[in-house]
Design a protein around this ligand. Structure first.
Ligand SMILES: [Zn+2]
Length: 359
């Protein structure tokens, strides 16, 4: 049973509250994957890249990544989109537009993840690439009012030594806006523990550990994230729902799962939105931060995830507010930003008598 009662008292508006106005933090968004479709078309045109119809048709591509071929196809489309980001201007535009979209969706805080490796060859190396991205982040943040920080994410398909290089790079920029270290790509390949040294470097440098796990593989992959990488947050983590003891452990340790419902359905992890075990995690007391993952490929952004929680899982406005609070609490936003956002969440709910939210 949910510990949160419905705050929808009759004297409030009878129409549902607009989830875009609910202040929230966005903790799971990939760099290229955040791109607007229209921007991809313009950049492809500018750089003479011929896009496959799956990316140029104006509709999100049909994907099914639960088999290796489907995942490979998803990665190929992603790589193709990434190849359209070639100049510092392209990167600045991407970050600015990601921030604009987040602002429109009520996000006051964005933690975007990037693997700088793939952009580095055209931009003079890893360090210039990080400088460009972090400058772009500062600029976009000033323009939109959305606080933005960066997670550097290593690629699980590459050698663990490369991950260590990225972890050192991430730590080097810890005082310039990098707050975490991630690990993405096909979790069915290799072992999380192959990357334990990279995560140790990141943690020692004060970064949070936020690897992907429990998306394409089951509960054991979430356990590996906890045991081998000492994850503070888990990207997705939804497959933990298959193991009650693991849910209890995530709840007990307050490890936030960055749940991306539209992504899960688009990639075939679950057949339909109703099957994503969002409520199972929520009611087990596992902190959840809803995220959009790759809007470019999945066709929906942050507010849509909250809308899905409402429409597919029957989340009340009070429960949506609690999801938003959990996203804020799991973020690396400074105290004053968190307090402001938590206050905004109470105001959205229209509950003047609300207990002051713990920070
Ligand atoms: Zn992801």
């Amino acid at each position: 049973m949910s510990p949160y009662h419905d705050g929808n008292a009759p004297h409030h508006r009878s129409a549902a509250r607009d989830v875009r106005l609910l202040p929230k933090a966005h903790l799971h968004l990939h760099f290229t994957g955040s791109m607007r479709s229209a921007t991809l078309l313009e950049l492809a045109d500018k750089h003479g890249v011929h896009l496959p119809e799956a990316l140029s048709g104006g509709e999100p591509p049909r994907l099914r990544a639960t088999d290796e071929r489907g995942w490979f196809r998803f990665q190929r489309l992603y790589d193709m989109a990434r190849s359209c980001l070639r100049t510092p201007d392209d990167l600045r535009r991407l970050v600015r537009e990601a921030a604009q979209e987040d602002a429109r969706d009520g996000s006051g805080w964005l933690e975007i993840q990037v693997d700088p490796t793939s952009y580095a060859p055209r931009l003079g190396g890893l360090i210039p690439t990080m400088e460009i991205i972090l400058d772009a982040v500062d600029e976009a943040s000033r323009e939109t009012g959305v606080g933005i920080r960066v997670l550097v994410a290593a690629n699980r398909m590459k050698h663990p030594l490369e991950a260590r290089t990225l972890a050192r790079l991430a730590v080097r920029y810890a005082d310039r806006g990098v707050i975490g270290f991630g690990l993405s790509n096909d979790e069915r390949r290799g072992f999380a523990r192959d990357f334990d040294r990279a995560f140790a470097i990141a943690r020692a440098g004060g970064l949070i550990a936020a690897p992907h796990g429990g998306e394409l593989a089951g509960p054991s992959s979430v356990r590996d994230c906890l045991d081998d990488l000492r994850a503070d947050r888990v990207g997705h983590g939804v497959r933990a729902a298959e193991d009650p003891a693991l849910l209890a452990r995530l709840a007990e340790r307050a490890v936030t799962c960055e749940v991306c419902p539209a992504s899960n359905v688009a990639l075939g992890v679950y057949d339909k939105a109703e099957d994503v075990p969002l409520r199972t995690l929520f009611e087990a007391g596992v902190p959840v931060a809803l995220g959009a993952d790759d809007p470019l490929l999945f066709g929906s952004r942050l507010a849509d995830q909250y809308e899905l929680a409402r429409s597919a899982h029957g989340f009340t406005d009070a429960e949506l507010a609690e999801l938003a609070r959990q996203s804020v609490r799991a973020s690396r936003a400074p105290r004053e930003v968190r307090e402001r956002m938590l206050g905004g969440i109470d105001a959205w709910l229209g509950d003047g008598e609300a207990d002051p939210a713990p920070v």
